[in-house]
Design a protein around this ligand. Structure first.
Ligand code: FES
Length: 182
């Protein structure tokens, strides 16, 4: 989400970044993102920094407060991106999610990264990673993303001895409103 925010800013778009994590210490790329954002909104599950709650809840607050966003990009865990999609849907705010399903060849030939968007089959590796958030079949995407959880857990346990594949829970939402300083 950082290069996205940076490029939007470079093009004169006003950028609001909402970034979330379980606790303040787990927030990533804070300085980088804040440096290319007109507004930077940290969120933590435990309230240790910024908004106390999830990124989608802070987004809802801003939208309900009349924030004039013209586009929304969500990057992070599937539940967060799904929540963002449901948050922006009633506002008719164009929203895009960055999907990273399991990939094998990365060339659009193997079908491993298949997802459904608006009833059509897409391959995240060549058609994505960004897709219309309001058209993604999240239920299917979640099922497919968990297809190899047992094997992943076994592989990680074998490699590290840790025995857990739970990903770092951090999330970023970049929101862009038109017309910074214009
Ligand atoms: Fe094989 Fe996308 S990774 S089609």
């Amino acid at each position: 989400v950082y290069p996205l925010a940076r490029e939007l800013r470079r093009r004169g778009v006003r950028v609001t970044s909402i970034v979330g994590a379980r606790t303040a210490e787990l927030l990533i790329v804070q300085e980088l993102l804040a440096g290319v954002s007109d507004a930077y909104e940290p969120c933590t599950d435990d309230g240790s920094l910024g908004f106390h709650g999830f990124t989608a809840a802070r987004l809802e607050e801003l939208l309900a407060g009349g924030a004039a966003f013209t586009c929304c990009f969500a990057v992070g865990p599937m539940p967060m991106m799904r929540a963002v999609a449901e948050t922006t849907r009633p506002y008719g705010l164009p929203t895009f999610v960055s999907l990273d399903p399991i990939m094998l060849d990365g060339t659009g030939m193997c079908g491993a990264c298949r997802i459904s968007v608006g009833g059509e089959t897409k391959f995240a590796c060549v058609d994505g990673p960004f897709f219309d958030a309001h058209l993604v079949d999240y239920a299917e995407a979640v099922v497919r993303s968990k297809m190899y959880v047992d094997e992943e857990r076994a592989a990680v346990a074998g490699a590290t001895g840790v025995g857990s594949t739970e990903p770092a829970r951090s999330a970023a939402v970049g929101l862009a409103g038109r017309g910074a300083g214009r």
